[in-house]
Design a protein. Structure first.
Length: 255
């Protein structure tokens, strides 16, 4: 990205009167969409039919139906944020319930993300084997590109990053992109999309899944200190050790 454009973005983020990192209070909602085209979905459905039959196709269909019903929340309060799946009652219909649970997992709704601008710490909080864990996550190194577009009347710029992590099959990578707006100069967004010079309005953080902003509320009553606090009783752990717990549990079940 050219130096002049970076300077303009940073200048806008500093001079904008609507929010600042220290006094920002806001509540943002995001919807979830799949990046798969109709032909790609049809291809996956045909594969599912061959492998799992008509029941598998039904679950596959319910998964995508429930996916678009999910909403995520971003609470911002004076230098801290929390990103989580909005609380939902599970569907009563058994097929819808399975689809909902699959959608929740694929969209990353099983954990809650917390970011502190002062300490630059990013943590996810999730429960595993009845134990609550506070997992220390790596922040991403972003590259701001020349691409720009409008989202809800805000001028947004595209940033990209690549994350390296340990999967069940060894080291793996995941590509991210985020569209942020310096018109709202706070470094928050969905999941790991933090640290940019503006609020992230759209992001791709996992395979075939996009978060897109649906509403923005900026006011002193939009969020509170309690909204951005981790639940008490969590055990601090690195991401590497947390993933090792999962791998060891899978090995133990196989033996």
């Amino acid at each position: 990205m050219n130096t002049f454009l970076i300077f303009v973005i940073l200048l806008l983020s500093i001079s904008s009167p609507c929010l600042s990192q220290k006094n920002s209070v806001a509540y943002i909602k995001y919807g979830v969409q799949s990046t798969l085209t109709e032909s790609e979905i049809k291809k996956q459905m045909n594969k599912t039919r061959k492998e799992l039959g008509s029941k598998g196709v039904l679950v596959f269909t319910k998964h995508y139906e429930q996916l678009e019903k999910l909403e995520f929340e971003l609470f911002i309060y004076k230098g801290k944020s929390k990103f989580k799946l909005k609380d939902f009652l599970e569907p009563e219909n058994p097929d819808d319930r399975i689809g909902f649970r699959m959608a929740k997992i694929s969209a990353g709704g099983s954990s809650v993300l917390f970011y502190n601008t002062q300490s630059k710490e990013l943590k996810s909080q999730s429960k595993y084997q009845s134990q609550l864990f506070n997992v220390k996550e790596k922040t991403l190194s972003w590259k701001i590109t020349n691409e720009e577009k409008k989202i809800k009347s805000y001028t947004c710029y595209k940033a990209t990053a690549t994350d390296t992590f340990q999967s069940r099959n060894g080291e793996a990578t995941r590509d991210y992109y985020a569209w942020f707006t310096p018109d709202i100069p706070v470094p928050y967004g969905p999941e790991k999309c933090v640290g940019l010079p503006g609020l992230v309005l759209e992001a791709k953080v996992r395979s075939n899944i996009i978060y897109r902003v649906s509403s923005i509320e900026i006011s002193p009553s939009a969020a509170s200190e309690d909204d951005v606090q981790l639940k008490p009783g969590g055990k601090d752990i690195t991401n590497e050790k947390y993933q090792a717990l999962h791998r060891n549990a899978i090995r133990a079940r196989k033996n």
